[in-house]
Design a protein around this ligand. Sequence first.
Ligand SMILES: NC(=O)c1ccc[n+]([C@@H]2O[C@H](COP(=O)([O-])OP(=O)(O)OC[C@H]3O[C@@H](n4cnc5c(N)ncnc54)[C@H](O)[C@@H]3O)[C@@H](O)[C@H]2O)c1
Length: 331
Amino acid sequence: MRLLVTGGAGFIGSNFVHLTVRERPDVQVTVLDALTYAGDKTSLAPVADKVTLVEGDITDAELVDRLVGESDLVVHFAAESHNDNSLTNPWPFVHTNLIGTYTLLEAVRKHGVRFHHISTDEVYGDLELDDPAKFTADTPYNPSSPYSSTKAGSDLLVRAWARSFGIQATISNCSNNYGPYQHIEKFIPRQITNLIDGIKPRLYGKGENVRDWIHVEDHNSAVWTIIEKGQIGETYLIGADGEKNNLEVVEALLEAFGLAKDDFDHVKDRAGHDLRYAIDSSKLRDELGWEPKYTDFQSGLQATVDWYKANEAWWRPAKEATEAKYAAAGH
Ligand SMILES: NC(=O)c1ccc[n+]([C@@H]2O[C@H](COP(=O)([O-])OP(=O)(O)OC[C@H]3O[C@@H](n4cnc5c(N)ncnc54)[C@H](O)[C@@H]3O)[C@@H](O)[C@H]2O)c1
């Protein structure tokens, strides 16, 4: 099978490529990645001899048409993915998440190639902290930021192309991921790399906001399950019942470093910060038989901390620039 992975030099995409090379040696992998600030060739270094990396943009219709035409399956991870950045400059989000997805869909439609679209639970907006509900594939879309609204738009494009043109597509909406190779601008790796540098964790507001954490390996095993067993045209929610508020995450991080639970600083909450996300993944579990492996958050987090400690050469070059960007934005 010839597989095209967009965004395969990013966090989840590179882990997906690693998993594929490890467990599916018959799959021939090509990565299409623009290597933006979030993409890193070195994330693919351990599998470099088994993967073809094409540096290019998913809005480049000619390139996309050629690569899709040479593939049997496209798994689409490429995106602008950081909420905070979308509040300062929304344009790259519109460009990549909407126009990029459109460009891929047109190529997939032309060549009749199977397509799996990676999306987020943030398209559903947020739940009240005391609301017992969880998101399902039937929850109405209610995105809050330029990031989540462009992801919502990309999902709707995929649905429309499936309905109107009969493309062979599935969609997954996953909760917050953690694990190796995540850019240090994101909450967990930023705190981990700060702790390695002896800087206290920082918490938005009171830390009451709840995220449903899933290890990236579990996300990616679910994606393969959907590719192999999912119904064409369907949307599957991926989650591992990992609801934790931000205070609990910070406490778990401090524990992973052997520090006191209250050894952190507060920062002001950001505009439109969603309260709670929670995923009901029963459709994926009951209909397709998927189960997560990393069900203990503390041990998954400890493994992630250990990875960042052992791979400083991977994250250190981006640290100073990332912190300068946050400092300029007042975070
Ligand atoms: N990180 C999460 O917790 C999470 C949760 C659910 C869903 N998702 C979704 O998973 C996907 C991957 O997220 P991530 O966290 O790995 O993101 P990431 O920012 O780490 O990686 C994105 C990758 O896409 C590439 N890219 C960006 N614009 C491109 C373009 N125009 N053309 C080609 N490549 C381009 C970047 O270079 C980078 O390698 C996204 O679609 C995101 O919405 C992420």
